[in-house]
Design a protein around this ligand. Structure first.
Ligand SMILES: *Cc1c(COP(=O)(O)O)cnc(C)c1O
Length: 364
């Protein structure tokens, strides 16, 4: 068959191991998954109530325009309804952007290591990929600017960056945007926006009128605790949204997901609590790293990348066999690290104990 060459070179996305998989393989009673940056508190109670009383017909297609969710997000963010696009997760928006702009004629600029889907979709579209190494876990924006030329179609920024947790400050972002040619789309992926508490972190959705070549991505999968329902969105100038809409599947977000997401955004008290819990959880890891002399990046997300100065797969395996699923840095471009999602206080305490056991086993 006449497959695209690019498709033949790719492997499917390797997700973090599932709890069921590990249970079966190791016969463990209790397993904690701290691998995919999910919210340990789940979603808000009001969302659970709405889901359990859901009573609409499964035979009817969803609202393809996500009208009610659109109204809710538009009024929450203070942007126009026409400045939003919804996706089956932010992953789908990344795909829609790539389909709409990337071809083998163009190049695309991104940081590395960063979120894998920018590269993955660019490969499928056959675009030239220009990757710029992080410095100290952060985007090297001056170097990224140098990589942009007349054939650049899309630039990807991930802030806070997955997997380092390091963010781009408002001043850095604005001086970057001022230099980027106006015909280059800058994607600002803010999947962890709601977790950030750095005072100099920008609200990029406020920049879409000034910079008409940016799109800001957010998701209901992380702090909102709705990863299984798949809802993400993009915020951009109307013209960008209009150009992207045809590449989106007609009924990409489902009825239950739309309802859950619009309810979730109305419970900001829950979000504030989760953010606070996450901050406290990060402190547990910082304390552990400092006691053990391990280096890490201070994180603005709900995860932390810890350098064990050992094979990340080995650390991963040690933790797995004792009931904790994390992400090995081997798969993330940091071969001697693991990425741990911040869990509940108790879960964090539990995994830290096992990490101490690992370190002790290395010393003896
Ligand atoms: C988790 C994540 C996403 C994907 O989110 P979905 O909405 O679940 O598709 C996008 N970008 C980054 C950086 C992420 O970490």
């Amino acid at each position: 068959m006449k497959w695209k060459d690019a498709v033949l070179s790719l492997k499917p996305y390797q997700p973090g191991k599932s709890i069921q998989e590990v249970q079966k393989q190791y016969g463990l009673e209790s397993i904690t998954k701290l691998a995919s940056n999910e919210n340990p508190s789940g979603c808000s109670e009001t969302v659970k109530e709405v889901i359990s009383s859901f009573n609409e017909s499964y035979a009817i297609y969803p609202d393809g325009y996500a009208t009610m969710l659109r109204q809710a997000v538009s009024s929450y963010l203070g942007v126009k309804e026409t400045e939003l696009i919804f996706g089956n997760g932010t992953d789908e928006i990344i795909q829609v952007i790539s389909r709409s702009l990337l071809t083998s004629n163009w190049n695309t600029v991104m940081a590395t290591p960063s979120f894998s889907q920018y590269r993955h979709n660019a490969v499928i579209e056959g675009a030239e990929i220009r990757e710029v190494e992080l410095v100290g876990g952060a985007h090297n924006l001056p170097r990224m600017l140098e990589e942009i030329d007349e054939n650049t179609a899309v630039v990807w920024l991930c802030t806070p960056n997955n997997p380092t947790g390091v963010y781009i400050t408002e001043a850095e972002l604005i001086s970057f945007l001022k230099e980027v040619p106006k015909d280059v789309l800058v994607v600002i992926d803010e999947a962890y926006f709601e977790y950030v508490d750095a005072a100099d972190y920008p609200d990029s959705t406020k920049l879409i009128e000034t910079y008409k070549n940016i799109i800001v991505l957010r998701t209901f999968s992380k702090i909102y605790g709705l990863a299984s329902l798949r809802v993400g969105y993009g915020v951009a100038n109307e013209e960008i949204i209009q150009k992207l809409e045809p590449a989106r599947a007609p009924f990409n977000t489902n009825t239950l997901a739309q309802l859950a997401a619009m309810t979730a955004i109305s419970d900001q008290e829950f979000i504030a609590e989760c953010k606070l819990e996450n901050r406290k959880g990060l402190q547990q890891y910082y304390r552990f790293c400092e006691e053990e002399g391990l280096s890490y990046y201070p994180s603005q997300g709900n995860f932390i990348l810890i350098d064990f100065q050992a094979d990340g797969d080995e650390v991963f395996q040690f933790l797995l066999e004792r009931g904790f699923i994390v992400r090995s840095g081997q798969a993330l471009g940091f071969p001697t690290s693991v990425r741990v999602t911040v869990g509940s206080a108790e879960q964090n305490k539990g995994i830290i104990e096992i990490m101490k056991e690992y370190l002790a086993s290395k010393k003896s």
